[in-house]
Write a protein that binds this ligand. Structure first.
Ligand code: FES
Length: 243
């Protein structure tokens, strides 16, 4: 299919459609696939913001108030464990003036407090203010915007879509295959500190550099899996690089 037909059929910009049309199946991708901002934007809009993404592990936030942040393009998501042990995800955006609320990759908080004007949110995302008296609106109107999240045997998947695609079949498979590993009961055995670890790169270190942000595996915590009777052995593994 040529670029014009591709552009019309898949609502792609002419430049990206030409790029896709030139690509030979099984062959290497042209440089623009890695470096062009338009390709990155299309990737975010058509895939990253529509589908389910692996965000991290439940064992990263074992206690109520533990959280980590997960970045998808320019978006930041807070994944936090609530007081009853449930895990929720929110857009990391204050409902007052849009400031980032959590600026670190991991942390612990009794409540989520915006650093700008100190608006404070419960771990379930509710703003700690009488919003009806202060602003004449319901509390839900000023609570943190939730992000869809599912826990699949300790693996956390999020979707930025308002209508996430059906994930039930894949979830059932993941849960069945991951259950013997008991990842939900794993514990972090070693967490590098800023003193002994260089800061993570903010962009890909490939040559030529691409525009896709990524984490360094060296900066991620290591984790030790439990040893249930069904698991072959305990092991310490580096967590995979997050996209
Ligand atoms: S922007 Fe968060 S309190 Fe003002």
């Amino acid at each position: 299919m040529d670029g014009t037909a591709l552009s019309a059929r898949h609502s792609l910009s002419p430049e990206i459609a030409q790029l896709v049309a030139r690509h030979k199946p099984g062959g290497p991708l042209e440089r623009a696939f890695y470096t062009a901002p338009e390709v990155f934007a299309a990737d975010l809009a058509r895939i990253q913001h529509r589908h389910w993404l692996f965000a991290g592990y439940a064992f990263q936030i074992p206690k109520a108030g533990d959280y980590f942040t997960y970045r998808v393009g320019t978006e930041s998501i807070i994944v936090v464990r609530g007081r009853a042990g449930e895990i929720r995800a929110f857009h990391n955006v204050c409902r007052h003036r849009g400031s980032r609320i959590c600026s670190t990759e991991t942390g612990h908080a009794h409540r989520l407090v915006c650093p700008y004007h100190r608006w404070t949110y419960e771990l379930d995302g509710a703003l700690v203010l009488d919003t009806r008296r202060e602003f004449g609106v319901d509390k839900e109107d000023l609570s943190l915007k939730p992000v869809a999240i599912v826990d699949a045997a300790g693996l956390l998947f999020v979707s930025l879509s308002d209508q996430p695609p059906d994930f039930s079949e894949a979830l059932a498979t993941i849960r069945r295959k991951m259950a013997p590993h008991a990842i939900a009961r794993a514990k972090i055995a070693h967490r590098p500190t800023p003193r002994n670890t260089p800061p993570p790169p903010t962009t890909c270190s490939a040559t030529p550099p691409c525009s896709i942000p990524r984490c360094s595996p060296a900066w991620m915590p290591s984790w030790r899996a439990p040893t249930p009777a069904s698991a072959p052995s305990a092991s310490t593994r580096a967590m995979p690089c997050r996209p």
